[in-house]
Design a protein around this ligand. Structure first.
Ligand SMILES: *[C@@H]1O[C@H](CO)[C@@H](O)[C@H](O)[C@H]1NC(C)=O
Ligand SMILES: *[C@@H]1O[C@H](CO)[C@@H](O)[C@H](O)[C@H]1NC(C)=O
Ligand SMILES: *[C@@H]1O[C@H](CO)[C@@H](O)[C@H](O)[C@H]1NC(C)=O
Ligand SMILES: *[C@@H]1O[C@H](CO)[C@@H](O)[C@H](O)[C@H]1NC(C)=O
Ligand SMILES: *[C@@H]1O[C@H](CO)[C@@H](O)[C@H](O)[C@H]1NC(C)=O
Length: 538
């Protein structure tokens, strides 16, 4: 009894610095010389969002060149919901409240798709709920509303959800899925369980992750990318840290940290203590490659029989993820590799005409240059000899991953070279991305006149500009010791860290779903309907 009440008291404390492993460099301060850079990031955000508001409010993305819109993310106003936590973090209270108001009116009964619905909508809603001090319960209610529809994606006793849903009828539509879709739901759905008291959300998504972790895999700990939701079987044997697989690996370590679960499967699969082999060990043993020029480190892909010497902007989150995991496990080898990978990724920015990195690239290592695609051209070879990688897809579609890892490197090491890099990215964005009304994507990062792509993705608001802002913000604000970011850069409050994530997993304090402790619902300021009605439709 005593222990329990102590525990509850401790859970209420906001700073867990009294115990546990830490991720961030202690006492970190952003030098005054960089102070204006945070405002620069905010200015880009405000310009971009004002244009979105003026031209396409309520649609998913602004098309910053044609001044039109696109609705590729269900047409529920993805930019608004995805941008909402960034608004709060930047202190933009008016547009935050406007976004809360908008969110409370979204009609979830149309459109389809699972993966992006969770990370952008459920992530945006729940993170905003937490960040704003649980002031707007309607955000939980709306997250629950859409999750209750998505829950139909787990058909019968299937452990894997379907990749697509028809939301008007709550009917899953058959397709093959991938481990990123099915394995990138757990942080958000756990958090939903925490605030609704309904453990089904956490259970459904944990079941899917465990299913993937238990499948026979092409490399130990590294699951194949494809999966058939009807049978739960792997499809093909392609292994990558890039798109289609990426955030499944990302969430293994993050779920262990967010929940402090004593179920070892998440940490075991990522790295700790596994007899079967782990994602980290397999990556080091099989995927890690040196460039023949300049000795840069990369993770190659593996297609089931051959190594493919390719990398991508998407995969570049790996450095940040390994920094987090390396710190949690207290393993300097992992941290060192992460910092090297981060150098390779940053080099893709440092080497182009715009100072912005490409969508995909390739390299040559002592075991060859096989990419599974076209042969290397003379101009690519020339670029490679100069820059230690060559471009295979030249676009920049406003992705965050390189700056995400750069942010982690700054918070973990305190080396100001990472601040200089982030500042350089801001300068490049200000120079090469502006249209008449906002900022947009580029056709060719290695040309200063390569032309625009007419789309401003919601992750520009959610990720790029939040990571940049936080890089220059006071490091105790949204500290990596108090928050776990979902794959869309939406922060979730983490419990105090354990003393160790490496070894016997004994939670320092019990952390269970807070069933029955859903915050008291005061009459919702925006919705005439009381929250209870939505939570318990019967
Ligand atoms: C949000 O909605 C409430 C209730 O309708 C209204 O009072 C408030 O002014 C709105 N806030 C914004 C910023 O639109
Ligand atoms: C919990 O959520 C699931 C999924 O939407 C739902 O089927 C179930 O009825 C809920 N349980 C309770 C007790 O509300
Ligand atoms: C750190 O991780 C590496 C790579 O998995 C492993 O070889 C090494 O033994 C670990 N070091 C410690 C101290 O656990
Ligand atoms: C890369 O090259 C360096 C120096 O030659 C060497 O120490 C390191 O082990 C190599 N790493 C890999 C993954 O081959
Ligand atoms: C790429 O590999 C092929 C086959 O191994 C080889 O013939 C070719 O010379 C290599 N090209 C470069 C640029 O290394």
């Amino acid at each position: 009894m005593m222990r329990l009440s102590c525990t509850l008291l401790l859970l209420g404390l906001s700073s867990p610095s009294w115990a546990g492993v830490t991720v961030q460099q202690a006492g970190l301060v952003v030098p005054a010389a960089y102070a204006s850079r945070r405002d620069d990031a905010q200015k880009i955000f405000v310009t971009s969002y004002n244009a979105y508001k003026e031209f396409t409010f309520g649609h998913d993305d602004l098309s910053p060149v044609s001044e039109g819109f696109s609705d590729g993310r269900n047409g529920w106003g993805a930019s608004i919901v995805d941008a909402m936590p960034t608004m709060f973090i930047m202190g933009l209270e008016d547009i935050f409240e406007e976004a809360v108001n908008f969110s409370s009116t979204i009609d979830f009964s149309k459109s389809q798709t699972l993966f992006e619905t969770t990370i952008r909508y459920i992530g945006g809603l729940l993170s905003s709920y937490e960040l704003s001090g649980e002031k707007y319960p309607v955000l939980v209610a709306k997250a629950k509303e859409v999750a209750d529809k998505m829950a139909f994606g787990w058909v019968g006793s299937n452990e894997m959800p379907y990749g697509f849903m028809d939301f008007s009828t709550n009917t899953p539509t058959i397709d093959t899925s991938n481990i990123a879709k099915a394995g990138t739901l757990s942080l958000e759905w756990f958090t939903l369980s925490k605030y609704t008291g309904n453990t089904t959300y956490a259970d459904l998504t944990a079941k899917s992750v465990k299913h993937i972790a238990n499948l026979a895999s092409p490399l130990p700990g590294l699951a194949a990318q494809g999966i058939d939701p009807t049978s739960g079987n792997a499809v093909g044997s392609y292994v990558t840290w890039g798109g289609g697989s990426d955030s499944y690996f990302e969430y293994l370590i993050k779920y262990a940290r967010l929940t402090n679960t004593d179920d070892p499967i998440y940490l075991d699969t990522w790295k700790a203590r596994s007899l079967r082999g782990t994602a980290v060990d397999s990556s080091i043993k099989t995927l890690l490659r040196n460039s023949t020029v300049g000795n840069h480190l990369y993770f190659a892909d593996f297609d089931g029989s051959s190594i493919r010497h390719v990398g991508s902007h998407l995969a570049c989150f790996h450095a940040g993820n390994w920094l987090l995991g390396g710190k949690l496990l207290g393993n300097q080898t992992i941290i060192n590799i992460a910092l090297e990978l981060n150098e390779g990724c940053w080099n893709t920015y440092a080497s182009t005409a715009t100072g912005i990195g490409p969508e995909a690239f390739a390299f040559i290592s002592s075991d060859g240059n096989y990419t599974g695609g076209n042969r290397i051209s003379a101009s690519q070879l020339q670029f490679y000899n100069q820059h230690r990688f060559y471009i295979t897809s030249s676009a920049y579609i406003m992705r965050p991953e390189v700056l995400e890892s750069n942010f982690h490197a700054w918070r973990v090491t305190g080396d100001t070279k990472y601040l200089d890099r982030a500042a350089g990215a801001i300068d490049s964005f200000n120079k090469f991305l502006p249209t008449t009304i906002a900022f947009t994507a580029l056709n060719d990062v290695d040309s200063i006149n390569g032309g625009f792509i007419d789309d401003m993705e919601s992750f520009w608001f959610a990720e790029v500009l939040k990571y940049l802002y936080l890089t220059f913000d006071d490091p105790v604000h949204i500290s990596l010791d108090n928050y776990v970011f979902n794959t869309e850069c939406q922060p979730f409050k983490a419990p105090s860290a354990l003393d160790s994530y490496n070894g016997k997993l004994v939670p320092a304090e019990p952390f269970t779903v807070q069933s029955g402790s859903l915050p008291e619902i005061s009459p919702n300021p925006f919705l005439p309907m009381p929250l209870k009605k939505i939570i318990n439709p019967e």
